[in-house]
Design a protein around this ligand. Sequence first.
Ligand code: ZN
Ligand code: ZN
Length: 364
Amino acid sequence: MKAAVLFESNKPMPITELDQSEPKTGEVRVKMLAAGVCASDHHVMTGDNPTPMPIVLGHEGAGIVDAVGPGVTMVKKGDRCVLSFVPSCGHCRSCRTGLSNICDTNRETGTRQYDGTYRLYTSDGTEVHQFAKLGVFAESVVIPQQACYPMPDDVPMEVAALIGCSVTTGIGGVINQPNMRTGMTVAVIGVGGVGLNALQGAALMNASRVIAVDIHDHKLEFAYKFGATDVINASDQDAVAAIQEMTGDGVDFAFDTFGHKLTTQQAYKATRKGGTTVIVGLAPDGMNAEIPLVELVRNQKTLVGSYYGSASPHETFRKILDFYRQGRIDVGGMVTRRYKLDEINLAYEALERAEDGRGVIVFD
Ligand SMILES: [Zn+2]
Ligand SMILES: [Zn+2]
């Protein structure tokens, strides 16, 4: 089985032949068909998100189940699946309280499978980690059955792959906010893969104003296709002042989909009295933001994090697949570049250049 393996940060990932164990109890093997090129993998490559190595990256993927281990009941061989990068255990405290997107067991076991062991080895026997238990930059993955969400035949694989991360994180992070109501004003700071989907989420919620903020004009132009009603280039104007001017006193909901103290502070300042700031993007490990505490209290703002759509990933997948099949969201239009697995390093160079839309690895 071939996979792109990261042995060291800030080095290219060589395509490497790995030994892959058979699926154990409750696990399945999925032949990969499409994998998205997401910035979260890039944070590992650069060392911003320190992660054990060697590791196979890739956490946004879709494929077809081609082998099942003992005791698998949720999927069967031949099922086409969206893969969840949080394969919820179902019995930890977070899962029991409805937050299976932040499953405790998944977090504790991290890049190993649920029994704490590995399924991938180099030719000299070194254990290889799977990012988010997946590691989809590989011809196949052995993963928990809970990572698989079977989907209808009419959904293209590259669409399914994107639903596995950016679409669910962006749309779910908006539509699953409990205080979101029709006609609210929304700003989205950062319109990469997740940001474009946050715009679509705001459109699904009938926001009266959907303001996209970025530092690249070409990305803002692209954002109009996904529901932006107004755009602001924060490199040539003060984004907070511009949002306040457009809305009178700030937006009801501001989303930071980039993840940095500067964008979080912007989102917070652009949020109106009684409004909500949602942080969706992951900042570099250890970074803190400065939030004016008196203002937080007196203006009764809410500051909240959102991970993987804020709710059960499988339940958000269900909603998104319905929206997609009804033509209410555009997912295919985000895919602007396609690569083979052995072009993975080129795919990440395009991401570094901040090109529009999303790259997808398409497997034979
Ligand atoms: Zn759990
Ligand atoms: Zn991702």
